[in-house]
Ligand binder design. Sequence first.
Ligand code: NAP
Length: 304
Amino acid sequence: MSGNIIDGKAFAAGLRARVATEVAVFQKGAGVVPGLAVVLVGDDPASQVYVRNKGKAAQACGMTAFDHRLPAESAESDVLELITRLNSDPTVHGILVQLPLPGHLQASRVVEAIDPAKDVDGLHPVNAGRLALGQFAGPDGAIVPCTPLGSLMLLRDRLGSLTGANAVVIGRSILVGLPMARLLIAENCTVTVAHSKTRDLPDVCRGSDILVAAAGRPGLVEGDWVKPGATVIDVGINRVDTPSGSDRPYKLVGDVDFATAFEAAGAITPVPGGVGPMTVACLLANTLTAACRQNGVEAPAWLG
Ligand code: NAP
């Protein structure tokens, strides 16, 4: 069997176009332009690229992007003061604090300071709690973290109903693994969450119809871990050095050994060009959802 590639880049482009259309409808109806504030503390080069891309993507679909940069040595009180200001700013509907934060700042305290209604990363305990409770719909539904939401969209698009599928999620982080598992349970999958202490991970993976890898370990999942015909979602983004003399000093690879897994899988996301672009597109969708709810307007049903 030879896998089909799931083109996350193309799907994300379609989602962004849909967000742009929905932004125009919302703006016309409510007279409000959705606003996304992105906060970067420090000058980590990768984070600078991420926040620039997020801001540009927001503008490209008709939103206002607010770019807030704070020096790496900022005190917690400086960051919290900015968040308090953004919470009460009616032109800001979504707030994203780029993680990781410099070591002296506690991410949980910063995230908890964000108004849950504006928490477009879906990391605030109120949103995580609503997700855990399976509270998705309506104005009080969870804002779902972008990467798992985007991964679920790709799975739904490829497989239609996920009911009854055996799913394995490798990773149990608050950002990816846990919300992914919760979403798959809501899709009526039978879910196993694997982690660094899991015994015989290859064997656990071989039982899965859906395999989501979010471990941050380059090439962890080998082809013979993949059940023939399974759908593989590779969330991992890892920088690995390239041989000397290459054009670039590093390349990005996923948590799945693509060459071997491709042969076994029914469908598989590449890295780059799989889940990554979906994360940004879902951030835009979440921002519009937040703007709709804050203005008493029904938000689009992104998952159909
Ligand atoms: P994380 O917080 O470091 O969590 C990694 C998880 O993987 C942990 O639960 C860990 O287990 C587990 N794990 C680590 N090594 C393992 C191994 N050898 N076998 C089985 N499980 C193992 O990372 P994260 O934030 O969830 O991110 C995971 C990956 O996704 C990273 O590569 C990250 O860059 C990528 N990512 C991509 C996007 C995107 O847009 N595509 C977005 C977010 C993250 P323990 O709990 O036991 O330590």
